[in-house]
Design a protein around this ligand. Structure first.
Ligand code: DUC
Ligand code: ZN
Ligand code: ZN
Length: 468
């Protein structure tokens, strides 16, 4: 199957030009003006942007969390992702404490085999328990499964939180193996005390989620992880940075050329702590971790994104229904499953509020959503750019088309959308994964199963095209 995309404005992290793209055997085979080729399918992209597919390196799909499981399936989440211009996700495969890493990997592949994805997929490995010595041996070989990034939770005491010994051992292993270590940076011990005190005072409302996780708990853990990574001489990537106090140690590290990196997510750019106060328990929809912060942090986050102190915008898509899932915590904020809905609207939101409103350039948007995550997570240059030989993961994006974000037109299964009713200018009109249109005009047009599991390269190394 060959495809010719005609006359689009190709925008990468560093370029912006009008040309045709010819796709054969899932990859881009030619880029040029007025290409004279015979194609099975022709797409007229005049007046549209042609972007490399966005990459979401932070999702939780069919993820068991506390008393419940995130409500999207692999099919629904990846359809939503594709509708919003995302062509690859890297999801967290999470070790069940006490069980092996192989057990987690089997479980994740099993879920994907049942509810098949429509876009490409990689896994990070979240290590929660190193008590059995053989787990470290397993971790040493996890690269064979194409997993080149590890994740550790520094919070959720008594569940998935790790101590500093575990964090440090994993950082050392990552240094040995050329892997990237990711941290959820919050001081779980302090938060545990604050939560128990709030519960004892019968403080039950969603707003106590934020009040028991002050910015200092995030800042302290961020700095601790950075210093431990320095001792281990390992690369570190701090997930979901939410506040200026956590930006500061990352900025210092980067000024010193330390191997420290960070991401933020749209929910920290667009919502503040007041959303938790919405009446009738609606605030529970905004119970994600770290919590929404005071509004002043938003400008600091945009500034950090512009200065490359923060280098990626992921979604941390971790969807729970408001009815039946968030409601588990109706009488106790600490029982509300932590997570927000977000996989579908990232590109539209960042284009509208970032590019249209002058906060970032179009090239920087591509870098933050596609090229940088591809480079960090061993997918580049097979993914994350528009070039000959790359996978034809492409988004045809109409910058003039208006779009109203709504749960009704969403492909996510959650019963709400955090961005409900927001009107944006610019939306994907077609998304291609390895040369196949998977979503067109917000409709799924490919069969689930088109998405493939991708074995990723090590941190800083290149991923070659399939079969190379
Ligand atoms: N952290 C995440 O990264 N995702 C979901 C929940 C959490 O606390
Ligand atoms: Zn987290
Ligand atoms: Zn997450």
């Amino acid at each position: 199957m060959s495809v010719l995309i005609k006359g689009g404005r190709i925008v990468t992290a560093s370029e912006d030009y009008i040309a045709d793209i010819f796709i054969e055997n899932e990859r881009i085979s030619l880029i040029g003006t007025n290409l004279k080729v015979n194609a099975d399918k022709v797409i007229d992209a005049k007046g549209k942007y042609v972007l490399p597919g966005a990459i979401d390196p932070h999702t939780h799909i069919e993820f068991p969390f506390g008393a419940t499981t995130t409500c999207d399936t692999w099919t629904s989440a990846t359809t939503a992702a594709a509708a919003g211009g995302t062509t690859t996700v890297v999801d967290f495969c999470v070790q069940t404490p006490g069980k092996s890493l192989a057990h987690a990997l089997d479980a994740w592949h099993g879920k994907m085999a049942k509810n098949k994805p429509v876009i490409d997929v990689g896994f990070h490995m979240a290590i929660t328990d190193l008590k059995k010595p053989e787990t470290m041996t397993e971790l040493a070989k996890i690269g064979d499964a194409g997993i080149t990034s590890y994740k550790l939770f520094m919070a959720y005491k008594g569940a998935v939180m790790v101590d500093d010994t575990t964090l440090f051992k994993v950082l050392r292993q990552a240094h040995e193996k050329g892997a990237l270590t990711m941290v959820h940076a919050e001081n779980g011990d302090a938060i545990d005390v604050l939560v128990k005190e709030a519960q004892a005072k019968k403080q039950t409302a969603p707003k106590y989620h934020a009040l028991t996780r002050p910015v200092e708990t995030e800042a302290e853990a961020t700095n601790r992880a950075i210093q431990l990574a320095r001792i281990a001489d390992a690369a570190l990537y701090v997930v979901h940075v939410s506040c200026k106090q956590s930006i500061a140690p990352i900025a210092t590290a980067r000024e010193n050329d330390w191997n420290i990196h960070g991401e933020t997510c749209p929910q920290y750019l667009f919502f503040d702590e007041s959303y938790l106060d919405k009446p009738n328990f609606e605030g529970a929809k905004w119970v994600y971790t770290p919590p929404p912060r005071a509004k002043e942090h938003q400008d600091h986050l945009w500034h950090a994104l512009n200065k490359d102190v923060l280098s990626v915008i992921s979604t941390d898509h971790c969807p729970f229904n408001w009815k039946g899932q968030k409601s588990i915590g109706k009488k106790d904020f600490a029982a509300i499953p932590n997570g927000g809905v977000g996989i579908e609207d990232r590109l539209r939101l960042i284009h509208h509020y970032g590019v249209n409103e002058g906060r970032i350039s179009l090239n920087r948007m591509v870098e933050l959503l596609s090229t940088a995550p591809a480079k960090y997570f061993g997918l580049y240059p097979r993914k994350g750019t528009v070039s000959v030989g790359a996978d034809a993961d492409l988004v045809i994006f109409d910058p003039k088309k208006s779009w109203t974000i709504s749960q009704k037109t969403s492909h996510c299964l959650a019963d709400h959308n955090l961005y409900e009713g927001r009107k944006v200018k610019g939306t994907p009109v077609a998304t291609l994964v390895r040369g196949k249109v998977v979503v067109e005009d917000n409709k799924l047009v490919a069969a689930p199963g088109h998405g493939e599991y991708i074995k990723r390269a090590n941190f800083g190394e290149k991923l070659l095209a399939k079969g190379k």
